[in-house]
Design a protein around this ligand. Structure first.
Ligand code: BGC
Length: 581
């Protein structure tokens, strides 16, 4: 049954997370929260159709509570033709039947809140689906009509308008423009799509679009969501006149394109975009009349930008609360680079009064257990195929555990991607005929795309689809290596990646590390990342990450609370991180 929004009584999160006792004092929850990304297609399948869904997520909430995270961010579950796995939204106020119903969404929210978990949903404002009512209306309406003004329609160039309005290329490959057939059957105008042709860009210079999204925010805030992860947050407004841009519109890096992250083309990060988020912030703040930080609802920007400073402009006091720190994700496994990115991130965040965030994996990048097993100097690829050089899985997992152990000690908020707590690698040998990422098709296979990091989660080693689904079905095939990594094989097993994450999250909470202050420790080899975090609770935590070949002696007088790998003769071996207090 679908519950209309007017009858919904939103739930709120009980005591545990208001100040995140015991360690986090009274700081706002989002300043230090650990937020777990659920990719709904791949997390847990409640109805046996091989695609994950909302009831599946609800059934696994106790697992997340046990893991020790503070919140979930759920990738889109709106009504969608799934041309980009749900990032093509046909109706922002409806749940796609593949994921369940609005009643399932309400149930998920209520259950999560009962368990003390906050829920952030994904909002996709840059584009709709071409199956959204607005776009259908635009296709039926003439050039220059109000319906077309909601999108970016332009006349073509060349004598008969048969060439696109400018030379922009889509992030997913190919042209960023598609020509429509007018209602009278003649070839007509072109519309802009920075992504797939089924994802037409909205015109954010149109006040109607601004108003509509305020309303969508309110729709979900009324249902009780705790915030929004904002998709491609830096792209909404394009430079006036849509000037040509010679480079590819790279966004999430990847591929061999050296310009990834250096891209500041006219489609990204225009000044006017910040005004939009100031408006959104006011909407969110209006849901917290008392100003109690426990009731803050938050915005987190997904904005791939060339510098930390540029990213931090999205989290100035009257804009968003958080922005993903992709600079950290893209840092090489080198001690000096890690020290630099941590220092820069903390400084730039402090300069605008925002918390730093940290992230190593998500649904758009090769998982860090795979990435860190690639030969040194390899640029992060957009997916790995069977005929590509394969990563070293043992080295990758070892480094991934060390990297996470380093990350979860850092002050600020951290994002985890579902399955990384099991040490999952990417599927690096998916057959091409099962691929779904539009980037694979639009680049004609030149880019492998992101399917490899989206493979369904293994829960039970001996069960069909490794317990992802009741039936032997999963929308992408799971590799055999997922069997031994299934959650049930790791639960309660000392030294497993799952138990490592649980321990890290418990200690992080107890010691209030997320709300702590970082102090670099001098006197170590250059290949050691050494710091102390003065947390909001308990003793300061000393963190040593040894990236060098020489084993590292432990300092006197401190006890090892957790280590990402086995210590050898009391020494910290290469690619291992320890926490001591
Ligand atoms: C999302 C991608 C999506 C793209 C277009 C990204 O930032 O994370 O998964 O393909 O936006 O919506």
């Amino acid at each position: 049954m679908t519950v209309p929004s007017t009858t919904t009584s939103p739930t709120t999160v009980p005591a545990r997370t208001s100040g995140d006792a015991p360690g986090h004092g009274s700081t706002a929850w989002w300043r230090h929260a650990v937020i777990y990304q659920v990719y709904p297609r791949s997390f847990a399948d409640g109805d046996g159709d091989g695609v994950g869904d909302l009831p599946g997520i609800t059934s696994r909430l106790p697992y997340l509570r046990e893991l020790g995270v503070d919140a979930l961010w759920i990738s889109p579950f709106y009504l969608s033709p799934m041309a980009d796995a749900g990032y093509d939204v046909a109706d922002y106020r409806a749940v796609d039947p593949v994921f369940g119903t609005m009643a399932d969404a309400d149930e998920l929210l209520a259950r999560a809140h009962e368990l003390g978990l906050r829920v952030i949903i994904d909002l996709v404002p840059n584009h709709t689906s071409d199956e959204h009512a607005w776009f259908r209306e635009a296709l039926d309406a003439p050039a220059g009509s109000p319906a077309r003004e909601r999108y970016v329609f332009r006349d073509g160039t060349g004598p008969d308008g048969s060439l696109p309005p400018n030379n922009w290329r889509s992030v997913f490959g190919g042209a960023a423009w598609t020509r429509v057939t007018e209602p009278d059957g003649t070839p007509g105008q072109w519309y802009l799509h920075l992504f797939d042709s089924k994802q037409p860009d909205l015109n954010w210079r149109n006040p109607e679009v601004v108003e509509e999204f305020h309303d969508i925010l309110r729709f979900w805030l009324d249902r009780g969501v705790d915030g929004f992860r904002v998709d491609v947050a830096h792209s909404l407004v394009k430079a006036e006149g849509l000037p040509d841009w010679e480079e590819k519109a790279v966004m999430a890096g990847g591929g061999d394109d050296e310009s990834a992250h250096a891209n500041l083309g006219p489609m990204w990060d225009q000044e006017e975009v910040h005004e939009i988020y100031r408006g959104w912030r006011q909407v969110l703040d209006s849901y917290n009349e008392t100003g109690d930080p426990a009731h803050d609802r938050i915005l987190c920007a997904e904005a791939w930008l060339p510098s930390v400073a540029r990213t931090m402009r999205f989290v100035r006091p009257d804009e968003m609360h958080q922005a993903f720190n992709f600079h950290f994700l893209d840092t090489a496994w080198q001690a000096e680079d890690l020290r630099d990115v941590v220092t820069e991130s903390l400084e730039e965040a402090a300069a605008v009064g925002a918390p730093t965030t940290w992230v190593l994996s998500n649904h758009d990048v090769v998982r860090h257990a795979t990435r860190l097993g690639l030969p040194p100097g390899t640029r992060r690829p957009n997916g790995i195929a069977a005929d590509d050089p394969q990563p070293n899985p043992v080295l990758g997992l070892r480094r991934a555990r060390a990297a996470t152990t380093l990350m979860l000690a850092l002050p600020g908020s951290a994002y985890l991607y579902n399955g990384e707590e099991l040490g999952l690698p990417d599927h690096t040998a998916l057959p091409h005929d099962v691929r779904q990422d539009p980037a694979f098709f639009r680049t004609r296979g030149e880019e492998t795309g992101r399917d490899g990091c989206r493979v369904p989660i293994p829960w039970v080693a001996g069960a069909p689809a490794y317990g992802f689904s009741e039936e032997e079905r999963s929308w992408l095939p799971q590799p055999l290596v997922y069997g031994p990594l299934a959650a049930d094989r790791q639960e309660g097993v000392a030294g497993s990646t799952l138990e490592l994450y649980r321990t890290l999250l418990r200690l992080r909470r107890e010691h209030g590390l997320g709300a702590g202050r970082l102090e670099w420790l001098e006197g170590h080899a250059p290949s050691v990342v050494a710091f102390r975090v003065h947390g909001a609770g308990g003793r300061p935590m000393t963190v040593l990450a040894n990236l060098g070949a020489d084993p590292l002696a432990l300092p006197d007088g401190l006890e090892v609370l957790v280590a990402s790998g086995r210590l050898e003769d009391g020494l910290v071996p290469q690619d291992t991180t320890v926490w001591l207090a």
